[in-house]
Design a binder for this molecule. Structure first.
Ligand SMILES: [Fe+2]
Length: 565
């Protein structure tokens, strides 16, 4: 039995295909169509389905749409928005509903004969974490921008059944708050990760009282937001809407325009936002622990990509075990919808654990050979790419590492990565010169051998979330000076722990680097410049040729920039 999950509402369009409860494939549309986030987050386009991602899923199983038994779409037009909020947005809601409602018919027209399911958006998020976690019972917290009506949902799960316990209605929304402040600070609405990086430079106390005016924690894990002042619904993803009167008065500064210098005030606002988010997420997990008799916590929703809040909520909170869906953003709801149908709706017992995120396309050596030849590149085939790349990294080269199946989710985890030496104090400047232009405050991440991680980082509670670059750990003081390129200004790192069984080639590469350098860590950042992370060999070659990346290690082939100028 094949089940296809689709996300296409707003953004991060994605598809996922299950066969009898096993994940065959899952990927985000942006990697194929090369448009960041797949498409604009508009109300009139939730029927723009991720056709290329869907086709990739079908091809990977060698099936056609008519063989799919069930399709789940991770949004439910039958749920109405928060009535206190939507009166003046009724036309918008009608448009969204109208556009959604013809999707089942559209799928039928092109051959789908199975059963179509609307899956509540947060249920899809919750399912994306719980059904692939190692837990039989769990408490699940979903925190994102907005769903049909809520921004935050508390679930319990037992015996393969999910139960919604409590919600916080939009426009009170941590996700929306981060989008709003991203724009206020001169980024675009998708740049929460930049704000998170900037936060480490600031003083979280300076604007703590200001933030208490905007966001109030109230009993039972709830929070309220001053929407008279914030107007979160007016925020546009690109570019800044300029509608910040309330915030400008509150903070006594103008919003930062893109390109303007960063001041201490910008850093302090980011730091205070991070601090209040940490407090709220911790408070919500504590409340959830009271509601649900379980030691197991699952997190999903875009806010669960915040490594700092995840670490605070888990390490300071009451839960013993944590699983975070690596595609915690909306891209993961395709997978969640499919599992919700398989386990919850159809009542199937077997469960698959997600021990890695390598669910996207892969390419054969002959695919790569052909395309390298087509570009008339000088390259060589090697029997030990891991060892050669480790040596090149240790000689201060930046290497594009393109291997195996592409990762699901926003983090490159060693298959579509740019790798470098973490010991080099000026690596950020070298990256900025050669490849991508990352602001001074954006951390570069370490990939560490799983078995060595505790020697380098202070990890209070073990969690697989660290395998997906979703936790921020303090670097041990004695180790900081050995890996300056991957230590953030606050002394932490956004770690990826690499298990041999999850990615043998990447583990081998880091092991080789360990032998050469005495450091079981490489610097890992995503293989792209400003476009979506590379998907195909063609994308990898495009980025390699358009930048000053020193080497491209693609499958067993090694290409040097110096040979191909
Ligand atoms: Fe979402």
């Amino acid at each position: 039995m094949y089940i296809l999950g689709i996300n296409a509402v707003f953004h991060e369009s994605a598809a996922c295909l299950l066969e009898n409860g096993k994940i065959l494939a899952s990927a985000e549309e942006e990697r194929f169509n090369r448009i960041k986030h797949g498409k604009p987050a508009n109300l009139d386009n939730p029927d723009e389905l991720p056709w290329q991602a869907i086709q990739y899923c079908l091809d990977s199983a060698g099936v056609e749409l008519k063989q799919i038994g069930h399709i789940g779409y991770s949004f439910n037009p039958r749920i109405k928005s928060n009535p206190l909020f939507t009166e003046e947005y009724k036309d918008d809601e009608d448009l969204l509903e109208k556009t959604l409602l013809h999707i089942p018919e559209k799928l039928k027209e092109i051959g789908f004969q199975g059963e179509f399911h609307w899956v509540n958006h947060h249920t899809a998020h919750a399912a994306s974490a719980y059904y692939v976690s190692p837990f039989q019972d769990a408490a699940i917290l979903v925190v994102d921008g907005t769903a049909e009506s809520s921004s935050t949902s508390f679930f319990s799960a037992k015996n393969n059944q999910l139960k919604l316990l409590q919600e916080i209605l939009y426009p009170a929304s941590l996700g929306a708050l981060w989008e709003l402040f991203s724009v206020f600070l001169g980024f675009d609405g998708y740049d929460a990760a930049k704000v998170m990086g900037l936060a480490a430079y600031g003083n979280p106390n300076r604007y703590a009282e200001h933030f208490k005016q905007i966001v109030r924690m109230v009993p039972n894990g709830q929070f309220e937001m001053d929407n008279e002042l914030l107007h979160v619904e007016t925020i546009e993803y690109y570019p800044p809407s300029g509608y910040f009167q309330g915030l400008e008065e509150l903070f006594s500064i103008k919003n930062r325009e893109p390109g303007q210098a960063f001041t201490p005030a910008h850093q302090d606002i980011a730091a205070s936002l991070q601090a209040i988010t940490d407090d709220i997420v911790l408070d919500m997990t504590q409340h959830l622990y009271q509601l649900v008799q379980s030691d197991n916590l699952c997190l999903a929703g875009g806010v669960a990509l915040n490594c700092v809040s995840n670490t605070v909520a888990f390490e300071k909170g009451p839960f013993t075990h944590l699983f975070v869906q690596p595609a915690a953003h909306d891209g993961g709801t395709a997978l969640g919808s499919a599992f919700y149908i398989w386990n919850h709706v159809l009542g199937n017992e077997p469960r698959e654990q997600m021990t890695h995120a390598y669910l996207g396309p892969s390419f054969t050596d002959s695919d790569m050979d052909n395309i390298l030849q087509k570009h008339q590149l000088i390259y060589k085939r090697t029997d030990n790419i891991e060892k050669e790349v480790a040596q090149l990294i240790s000689e201060n080269n930046i290497v594009g590492f393109f291997q195996g199946r592409m990762e699901l989710g926003p983090r490159a985890l060693g298959n579509r990565s740019l790798l470098a030496d973490p010991r080099h104090p000026n690596m950020r400047e070298i990256f900025n010169l050669k490849v991508k232009h990352r602001e001074y405050f954006r951390p570069l991440a370490p990939s560490v051998l799983h078995e060595e991680a505790n020697n380098w980082f202070t990890i209070t509670k073990e969690t697989s979330a660290a395998e997906f670059m979703l936790m921020a750990y303090p670097v041990k003081p004695s180790m900081k000076e050995k890996i300056p390129a991957v230590v953030h200004v606050d002394g932490t790192s956004r770690v990826q722990r690499v298990k041999k069984e999850a990615n043998p080639r990447y583990h081998q590469l880091i092991s080789e680097f360990y032998r050469i350098s005495g450091v079981p860590i490489v610097l890992n950042t995503s293989f792209n410049d400003s476009e979506p992370i590379v998907c195909t060999p063609q994308d990898a070659i495009n980025t390699f040729l358009a930048t000053e990346i020193d080497y491209l290690a693609m499958g067993n082939f090694l290409v040097s920039k110096a040979d191909n100028r």
